[in-house]
Design a protein around this ligand. Structure first.
Ligand SMILES: O=C(CO)COP(=O)(O)O
Length: 424
């Protein structure tokens, strides 16, 4: 629901409201501003703010604003009233004042109170939560209630639910037009990635409340834990400590975790929704084992900094952030999240046994963060790359299948600010 502030002034108070709004433009611009006709016109011509104008007050503008107050869309009304002159539309004015009191909406009718109201807004943190109600195995409504209970005492929270027609990225883009202090993504890695897609490069920090099956992004950044995951994630956001990490785009789609070509993509496709609901992240491991029987090598061509290299590969992973359990991303035992470069790991394995040995070696290396120098693994670092495969291979991007190769990937160094636990 929109957060609106209504601005209204009687004629002899119009200069006051114009001066007031220009003094407080930075705070007010975070809200959707509405105004009665002439007041709105005066403010617009003397500021850069965009105002939704209703009819002029005497012909029904106050009534239009009153209706929006009743609909719960307005957080505050600044109405500079002229106490010395009677107005022809006094009943409309009284109705507006009355609905503010009925609906407990902040109402300032003189400059002193308006200043106090805006001062309180300046201190309030506004967060938009992009919430996927069908992520993971929990009860979406109960989890949302818990998040609200934990966050609402500390910040103004606007909740946007994703639907099949409203993508997380679209919702986040809309939310950004309100210039929030922070954006929170809650769902699986797909939801977090899509929200990040809108936030990358904006300097607005991203909070993550993991509720998916794997939650690889939150896991890699230390946000998850087994118990009380939601509570911990909310506490991390409220503590306010942020870290700046790299981000990337792959074929113009956001990449915050990794793009997997070949083996990894096949696994993700196999671990279908039903299996994920039943088995959680075990579904990926089971699908992975099954896939080892079927997988074949492919010819890959990678263009890095103008140089073309060819490989016979079973899997190629281009990672920005990856927890140790993303085994195929662990070419040098650790994916560095803020070096301005993507980690490219190319894995070849001719037999099932070789594949298993390689994967165990990489997992071991990742767990103790050391370079394992495995003979079937090539590791490269890149800011930008192009990748083609013959035959074309399936591609999984941040947990979702997006199609097949070729790919064009570019890193956005330091592109994302994320709330993380404060290092001890
Ligand atoms: O009369 C008013 C409010 O009661 C203000 O209306 P205008 O902003 O259109 O002048």
């Amino acid at each position: 629901m929109a957060r609106k502030i209504a601005l209204i002034a009687h004629d002899r108070k119009k200069d006051d409201i114009v001066a007031f709004v220009s003094r407080h433009a930075p705070v007010l611009s975070r809200y959707h501003l509405i105004a009665t006709g002439t007041t709105g016109e005066r403010i617009e011509t003397s500021s850069n703010l965009s105002i939704e104008r209703m009819e002029s007050g005497p012909i029904g503008g106050d009534t239009q604003i009153a209706a929006q107050i009743v609909a719960g869309e307005v957080v505050g009304v600044i109405f500079l009233i002229d106490p010395l002159y009677a107005q022809p539309h006094e009943p409309d004015i009284q109705a507006l004042l009355r609905v503010c009191n009925v609906h407990n909406v902040a109402l300032a009718t003189n400059l002193a109170t308006a200043e106090a109201f805006v001062a309180s807004l300046a201190n309030s943190v506004v967060a938009h939560l992009i919430y996927n109600p069908v992520s993971g195995q929990g009860d979406g409504q109960q989890e949302l209630d818990l998040i609200k209970e934990l966050l609402e005492p500390h910040l103004h929270l606007e909740v946007h639910l994703t639907t099949p027609d409203l993508s997380p990225q679209q919702l986040a883009e809309n939310a950004l037009t309100d210039r929030p202090d922070l954006i929170i993504a809650s769902g699986g890695d797909g939801t977090v990635s899509a929200v990040a897609g809108a936030v990358i490069g904006t300097d607005i920090p991203l909070g993550v409340i993991p509720r998916g099956t794997a939650n690889a992004f939150a896991m890699a950044l230390g946000i998850t834990q087994q118990l009380n995951q939601i509570r911990r994630a909310c506490e991390i956001i409220l503590a306010g400590y942020t870290r700046i990490i790299d981000a990337a785009f792959c074929n113009d789609l956001p990449l915050i975790l990794l793009a997997g070509v070949g083996y990894e993509a096949e696994i993700i496709e196999k671990a279908d929704r039903e299996a994920k609901n039943r088995w959680g992240s075990l579904a990926y491991i089971m699908a992975g084992w099954q896939q080892l029987n079927e997988h074949m090598l492919f010819d890959a061509e990678i263009e890095l900094e103008g140089e073309i290299r060819q490989f016979q590969a079973g899997a190629i992973t281009v990672a920005n952030v990856a927890p140790p359990t993303s085994v195929l991303a662990q070419g040098i035992g650790e994916v560095i999240v803020d070096d301005g470069l993507l980690d490219v790991t190319i894995t070849t394995a001719a037999t099932k046994l070789q594949a298993v040995t390689t994967m165990l070696g990489m997992l071991g290396g990742a767990l103790i963060k050391t370079n394992t120098e495995l003979e079937n693994v090539v590791h490269l670092k890149a800011k930008k790359l192009r990748l083609a495969a013959q035959p074309p291979q399936k591609v999984v991007l941040d947990g979702e299948i997006i199609g097949t190769t070729p790919l064009e990937i570019r890193c956005i160094p330091q592109g994302l600010k994320v709330f993380v636990p404060k290092p001890i």
